[in-house]
Design a protein around this ligand. Sequence first.
Ligand code: F6R
Length: 618
Amino acid sequence: MCSIIAYKGYRDAAPLIVRGLSMMEYRGYDSVGLATVHNSRLVVRKGVGNVGHVNARLNLDGMYGSVGIGHTRWATHGVVNDINAHPHVSCDGRVAVVHNGIVENHVELRSMLTTRGHIFRSETDSEVIAHLLEYLPTPVVYDGNSISKALLDLTSMLSGSYSFVALVHDGTLVGARNHEPLIIGLGNPRKGRDGMLFADECFIASDVLAFIGHTDKAVFLADGEAFIVREAQKGLSIEVYDRHGKVAKDVTQVAWEFADIDKGRFAHYTIKEIHEQRDTISRAFSIEGSRVHEVVRTLLASRRIVVTGSGSSYHAALMAKHLLSRICMVGCDVVVASEFLYSMDTHYVDDDSNCDHGVGPVLLAVSQSGETADVLDAVRMARSKGFRILSLVNSPLSTLARESDLFLSINAGPEIGVAATKSFTAQVALLYRICMEMAKAMGRSTMEIDIGNPSMHVGSILEGEEHIASTAERIKDASSVYIIAKGIHHVIALEGALKLKELAYVHAEAIHAGELKHGPLALIDGKSVVIALNPMDQTYRDMLTSVHEVKSRGAYIIGISDAESSLYDTILAIPGVEPLLYPLYEVIPLQLLAYHMALKRDCNPDYPRNLAKSVTVK
Ligand code: F6R
């Protein structure tokens, strides 16, 4: 998605903005731009490319001024070119705007503004905001005292999801959010006698990662709120408004987890995050008890459980179904978030849902970012149908966390690589924990499981990394990779296939091993690469039959297993772990394989093409 950052304070704005934009590149980028105010004039530089390239070409961080805005674009409306890059500027050149989201009524607004003489330069929906700021009856650019009214007039004209920041030529920053994140980081915040908020410097960004290196004090804007940051006698004043008037905001201390944002000794965030699973799985297993118990109580009391998520988080939701059934003998439905709207007929619950013995239906939403638009839409729809909302998130400050009746943090720390790795295993570990606690509460003591030493298990898989890298070299030119599995392992096959697709741009497909003979076997020949997820459990024997089927058609077979077999051309070994927990670790060799294939195929694993980390548009 697009990323926004603005700075106003006593330092040079441009280097801070450029650094903030690179911290948010995980959200997607295809072009980059900055505007600063220098000698009361707006200066804009923008172009196609990632932050490093555009900065090298246009010397972005050499721009003058102690106030500025910056943007990385992830195109939705209008092709990727220099003109469509943000910031966009009003006709009179006195206001520049950066925007994230979609202005749904931009066609109507553009035609209204065009008939009033405004000249548009770009094809973007975002440019209407710059022109509206100039056009409004009490334009922001001309009348400092009426800014709040102008801003609220503006937001009432926009429909869709957006967050934007506008830089006015006098150095004022204004903006608003609606269903897209916007957070104000404050350097040395303090309150005046009337509750007015002041600071020495302000960062306004789509993600706290953009400014966490400078301050851990932040104000979180709510949907429908607008802000103004301008010079005041006591420093910078920060005013927040909604349609009822001024809003008193609290300053939040942002959690320590956000501080760990360096690559350290690793070449990429993705591999760093894969290695971090030594700690993140244990952390997720040992989340603080009382909140887990509350989730367990709610799930046990609910008359129906639906689990949702997107991408890897959807795969975690599928794991939830297997684990609830296996460990607790409790059934649930899983709906991929983007399909929620279309499957609501089957999940519709009428007014008797709040029955005597329970809490009615429950939606468990799983999301790393907590900002995925499809997930938030599913949650809002479910709530309107009487569902109680539980969620698992990595960001406790996210919209999903705030909109849930109860949320648990998976506590994995920032995940910068676009592909989900440690967040997936942390989600799954926490789901194991929830299911084990549920089984205990149900008196199913036979299901008590020793989680052992997750760090050691991850460590011994990581020891095989060199072998995995040479396997990646062996298969790097494959045009397709098939991952066959049975039972719960099929979910891991889905997740592994997703990693191969997004990191290494190789077509990869998860296949229920037993389904091979019903069609996919026709694809297998001497050039095929087949990965068999073949643990020594109840799926083992039947899996061997399927492996024979593909082997006899000449496929190159990679076994991922805790047991050797002469059928494999090579094996990626999983050391002895508790059988019930095995799937949690089984995904790690697949993550490593995808990462190393990406390197061999010259793909940037941290920032796969066409993808963004937080998918905040539908
Ligand atoms: C896959 C991946 C995406 C996300 C999906 C959901 O590696 O990263 O498929 O899993 O966009 O994102 P969250 O979990 O933030 O809701």
